[in-house]
Design a protein around this ligand. Structure first.
Ligand code: A2H
Length: 271
């Protein structure tokens, strides 16, 4: 795509103690215990192009059939959950001051592997989000060849996220199939965060309703909704929450990105 690499912002969503006893979260419970002994935190690290929308996070998506790993990140002394492909990519990139993410360039340390299914229904702490706790939910359209294979969900501004969360909220059988409880989805209303003239304060929801998009499989309509909201959000969007309330998205996007990086809530990833 285009010239040069794409810059993504990896958002760090911290894994909270597992809430169910079953076998599904056994590996994560063990990893949390081990990490706790070393005073380390474990994070899901979705890649995003829209760091300024993190106020609107309602959940985090993983691909149920995807293969993921838990990787040591020496530069931050943390553990990242991501695709093996992105872990290799990250290990060849610098964190700060020319220091690599991993101790040695290109050397990755995988502590555990997971099938996406084993990562569903986990509680996370998402930076800047209104909700204290959000859950990992299934998204079947995730590509394991892009970003980290994990997507943080902002249904107010991402049409894909809106229809996917809505499908889980509307369909009890869809939730049941992936072991997702009512508590993990029903309390999570769309959070209005960016006002766009003519599109209201939740442009993705507005466009999905206008185009009558009912399912994550309606690719053409979703692309139309995405193209329109993405461009408009950046060019004429105004923040309606947070410390930059009233400011233009195009002005504050780089500031919010930088603040999140400096606060240890995010880091950069190129591919
Ligand atoms: B964006 P591009 Cl609010 N599979 O983040 C599918 N989608 C992925 C992905 C993967 N492996 N990795 C990242 N993404 C999503 C926020 C957002 C995003 C908003 C609005 C639009 C938007 C919240 N989700 O993206 O192909 C991530 O969703 C519109 C394209 O590299 C990421 O940014 O251009 C975006 O797609 C990266 O897509």
């Amino acid at each position: 795509e285009g010239v040069g690499p794409q810059e993504y912002v990896l958002i760090k969503l911290q894994v909270l103690p597992v809430e169910e006893d079953g076998p599904r979260h056994a590996k994560m419970a063990k990893l949390l215990e081990m990490a706790g002994r070393d005073n380390k935190k474990i994070y899901f690290v979705p890649a995003t192009l829209r760091p300024e929308t993190m106020y609107g996070q309602t959940n985090c998506f993983v691909l149920p059939e995807g293969e993921y790993g838990a990787y040591t990140v020496d530069a931050t002394e943390e553990i990242f959950i991501m695709s093996p492909r992105s872990a290799r990519g990250l290990s060849c990139q610098t964190y700060q001051d020319g220091q690599y993410y991993t101790k040695e360039f290109g050397k990755i340390d995988c502590l555990e592997t997971f099938k996406g299914d084993e990562l569903l229904g986990l509680p996370l702490k998402a930076p800047l989000a209104k909700y204290e706790k959000v859950y990992t939910l299934p998204l079947l359209t995730i590509s394991m060849f892009k970003g980290t294979g994990i997507v943080t969900s902002v249904p107010s501004d991402a049409p894909d996220d809106y229809v996917s969360l809505k499908a889980l909220q509307d369909k009890a059988d869809f939730r049941a199939k992936y072991g997702i409880t009512d508590e993990m989805v029903l309390p999570y209303d769309v959070v209005p965060i960016i006002s766009i003239a003519g599109y209201g304060e939740a442009s993705a929801e507005f466009m999905c309703k206008k185009l009558k998009i009912k399912s994550p499989n309606e690719k053409a309509k979703l692309t139309q909704a995405k193209d329109e909201t993405y461009l408009k959000g950046f060019t004429i969007g105004i923040m309606t929450v947070g410390p930059y309330k009233g400011k233009k998205v195009s002005d504050v996007k780089p500031i919010i990105r930088q603040e999140m990086i400096e606060a240890g809530q995010a880091c950069l990833y190129f591919e």
